[in-house]
Design a protein around this ligand. Structure first.
Ligand code: FAD
Length: 518
């Protein structure tokens, strides 16, 4: 009864807001098991995202109970005379409204699944089958019951499978295992025609590749089969410092070149960050103190005021704890960091994976989580990273950054060229992530306007210097920019895939790649 009422409310809004010729009774006849809502609180929740920069209100929100619900809704949009848009929303952790839609329905994939389908694990075949709106933290919790875990991660686990797989899903394991999109065996996808299809390398393989990194343009992922490995028990987490950028990047590149070696001869995770901020230089270590290393920052000479921190981990089981120190010593010997600038901690594997959530809780308690986030993520080709350092880290940024700046290299051969994700045309490229928070009452350098202008300057620098950087989690406002992003060859393929799988441009219009054709 309640569902019927909400559906009716939603339909009234559909008619009033966009004046559909689409027959509202069609929605009533869909026989959805989930909840279709036009409750203002639900619409509000679907109108905002983590970025806090954009707002777009849908006409209704669907909380699907099954894949079939999603398929019925999209089919209704596809078949109706005038159509309406449908956008999957994972956990709403996009920056620029990518999961929003006006004049349409948001499918809220995370939370609220009526008969919550738990992650199913095959111990024998080492995979997990999970709902597309499942959070990675919940997948991890389920797989750990079998002593197993996914191989490739993001730094933060409160993101959905469908959301990260629509981008790439990158963290420090990517050099070794590839991003998350390289660790998927099979998907169930509702295409823009409302067909529910299973796809994999062998079955509907074009759809499979299109959807991975496909920015939600070709279908809604309702199930993903994720590759698993034996879960390590503990992690040795190490940070080492550099004052010279080329030494830092040489060491990072050396470490990722070890990807083909046996596990004992490489690290499991390679990331890094840039320290330009005076405050950070003084404070960053406090949560990562190693009493055996009494190094003082005043002793460190930061070239051009910038320090670089290489962050590495080694996973282990308690049964081989006695060899881990020796393996680390051998690996560290090959690196040229500032002597005695090594900080080590040791923690359970889950605590390492879930580390950003701890920071989230701290920021939330200070009211600093729900602020605008003008983030910028770039893939920079290896051959141009030194110029990027000079022009951006030692130039445009000044000495305040309003948040972490990550930098780490990846091997292109760990990505499938057939997927939809766009990366530079070099064997190795860097992820550079400016993860900034804007404050209303901060000084001028912390305002949204200042940080947004700085992002623009960084992009302009890359364009003027022909760095050939590619945006990760890309944001453009018109098709010409999207075309440049893809380059002619991949743009043609992307368009063809759109024509095949979402010809009416119903899906994920918040990406602003294709205008709805109605
Ligand atoms: P949403 O933001 O809700 O959706 C993103 C896009 O995917 C939208 O276009 C949406 O329509 C589409 N979509 C959502 N669900 C589906 C589905 N089931 N099927 C098809 N399309 C769908 N990314 C990394 O790669 N590495 C990181 O380490 C990392 N760390 C992060 C840390 C934080 C604190 C935050 C906020 C983000 C981080 N991200 C990282 C970015 C993250 O991968 C993206 O925000 C991504 O979009 C996932 O978020 P989401 O699940 O909330 O998806």
């Amino acid at each position: 009864m309640a569902t019927k009422l909400l559906v009716t409310l939603a339909i009234c809004r559909l008619i009033v807001t966009v004046g559909f010729t689409f027959n509202p009774n069609d929605l009533l006849r869909l026989g959805l098991d989930g909840k279709l809502s036009a409750d203002p609180a639900d619409l509000e929740a679907a109108s905002v995202d983590f970025g806090g920069l954009y707002r777009a209100e849908p006409v209704a929100v669907l909380y699907p109970a099954t894949s079939e619900d999603v398929a019925r809704l999209v089919k209704a949009a596809y078949d109706s005379a005038r159509g309406f848009t449908v956008s999957a929303r994972g956990h709403g952790h996009s920056i620029n409204g990518q999961a929003m839609t006006t004049n349409g329905v948001v499918v809220q994939m995370s939370g609220g699944l009526k008969n919550k389908v738990l992650t199913k694990v095959s111990e024998k075949l080492m995979y997990a089958d999970a709902w597309g709106g499942e959070l990675w933290i919940d997948v991890l919790t389920s797989t750990l019951e079998y002593g197993l875990a996914p191989k490739s991660w993001t730094d933060y686990l409160y993101l959905t499978l469908g959301g990260t797989l629509s981008n790439a899903g990158i963290s420090g394991q990517a050099f070794n295992h590839g991003p998350q999109i390289s660790n998927v065996h099979e998907l169930d996808v509702v295409t823009g025609k409302g067909e529910l299809l299973t796809c994999s390398e062998k079955e509907n393989s074009e759809l499979f590749q299109a959807v991975l990194g496909g920015l939600g343009q070709f279908g809604i992922i309702t199930r993903a089969r994720i590759a698993l490995e034996q879960a390590p028990q503990r992690v040795r987490w190490i940070r080492i410092l550099y004052s010279n950028f080329s030494t830092f990047t040489q060491d990072q590149e050396y470490l990722i070149s070890l990807h083909g070696k046996p596990a004992s001869q490489k690290f499991d995770y390679v990331e890094g960050f840039v320290i330009v901020d005076e405050g950070l230089i003084n404070n960053w270590r406090s949560s990562f103190f190693s009493p055996s290393n009494p190094v003082k920052f005043s002793d460190l000479k930061a070239e051009g005021g910038v320090l670089y921190c290489l962050e590495i981990t080694k996973n282990y089981h308690l049964s081989n704890a006695d060899t881990i120190d020796q393996e680390i010593v051998i690996l560290l010997k090959k690196l040229n960091y500032i002597p005695a600038s090594e900080f080590t901690t040791d923690l359970p594997y889950v605590d390492f994976l879930d580390r950003v959530h701890k920071a989230e809780l701290k920021l939330r308690s200070k009211g600093l989580w729900e602020v605008p986030h003008p983030w910028l993520n770039l893939f920079v080709p290896k051959s141009r990273i030194a110029e990027f350092d000079k022009g951006v880290f030692k130039g445009i940024l000044g000495n305040k950054t309003s948040g972490p700046i990550l930098i780490y290299p990846m091997n292109k051969n760990k990505l499938d060229e057939r997927s939809s994700v766009v990366t530079p045309e070099e064997d190795v490229f860097y992820l550079v992530a400016f993860l900034r928070s804007a404050l209303k009452n901060g000084d001028e350098t912390q305002t949204l306007e200042y940080l947004s202008n700085q992002n623009y300057e960084i992009l302009k620098f890359c364009e003027d210097e022909k760095i050939n950087a590619k945006q990760y989690l890309p944001h453009y406002t018109n098709q010409r920019e999207w075309r440049d992003h893809f380059g002619e060859k991949y743009w043609t393929r992307f368009q063809q895939r759109k024509l095949e799988y979402d010809p009416r441009h119903i899906l994920a219009t918040g990406q602003r790649i294709f205008m709805p054709s109605f």
